[in-house]
Design a protein around this ligand. Structure first.
Ligand code: UDP
Length: 253
């Protein structure tokens, strides 16, 4: 591999300088972390699956007109994306109660929410990504009111798109997290969906059985994470129909 400049190493991805100005290469690692990196493991093949699934979802967003950072997949573990300034918020959309919301509010997991609920967390690992309100966001200048209007609209559009895509393959989109990037076109700035969309950042339950097909399999020790992600990829037609026991997933074009 040619030597290139590493920009940032995160828990699940490493970012390198891209071949042209304004581009970044996202390398998807096999590392899995949960509970703010207190639980860690290496899950063989996870990076390949997330690279391909994120490509699939981001291309889908492009096809329905939702702006995002994806340019093209480079190989099994890498994709070229547009460089952007990441807004320091995790944007969470929930359709059914689960995880921290179910705990915080004492709602049984799986309860249908009366409407999609959008939450914001400050991206700060040292603080454990605390939940913040729009008051905090405005007061500390993490995003402007116009940004927040655009972020809400993007988040709900992504939710409608992803819910439909998953429903078509008998999967319930319980909740997900996206990150938002700021890009500049001349004097104008606009916001786009960035980072990744994968089973690492969504809760996905089989509609019939309720079986979890997302990172909760790792968080809660429910079995093989690779099998769960391979099942999602197989249903979406991103992976070959060759069963769920491949340790080295291969791309079929
Ligand atoms: N999520 C994520 N990264 C985070 C926190 C949450 O991708 O740092 C996703 C998580 O996978 C789930 C949704 O956001 O799909 C809501 O997560 P929640 O607040 O319930 O937190 P968790 O229970 O995952 O700690």
């Amino acid at each position: 591999m040619a030597r290139r400049k590493k920009i940032y190493e995160g828990k699940a991805k490493t970012l390198f300088e891209g071949p042209e100005p304004g581009t970044i290469v996202q390398y998807f690692k096999d590392d899995a972390t949960a509970f703010n990196a207190q639980k860690k493991d290496v899950i063989e093949g996870k990076g390949v699956l997330n690279n391909m699934l994120s490509e699939y979802f981001m291309n889908g967003l492009t096809n329905v007109g939702i702006p995002n950072h994806f340019i093209r997949r480079l190989n099994m573990r890498e994709q070229l994306v547009r460089a952007c300034e990441i807004v320091p918020l995790e944007v969470i959309v929930r359709n059914f109660a689960a995880g921290s919301m179910a705990q915080r509010l004492g709602i049984e997991e799986g309860t249908t929410l009366p409407r999609p609920v959008v939450e914001y967390c400050l991206k700060d690992d040292k603080l454990g990504d605390p939940l913040v309100t729009e008051e905090h966001i405005a007061a500390f200048g993490w995003a402007s009111q116009q940004d927040m209007d655009d972020i809400l609209s993007l988040a709900l559009r992504v939710n409608d798109f992803l819910s439909g895509v998953m429903y078509a393959v008998d999967i319930k989109l319980v909740d997900f997290k996206i990150e938002i990037g700021r890009v500049y076109d001349g004097d104008f700035q606009r916001l786009i969906v960035a980072d990744e969309i994968s089973p690492d950042s969504c809760r996905l339950w089989d509609i019939e059985t309720g079986k979890k097909l997302d990172k909760d399999v790792f968080r809660r020790d429910l079995g093989s994470l690779t099998d769960a992600y391979t099942e999602v990829a197989r249903r979406l037609g991103v992976m070959p129909k060759g069963g769920t026991h491949m340790t080295r997933p291969t791309l079929v074009n």
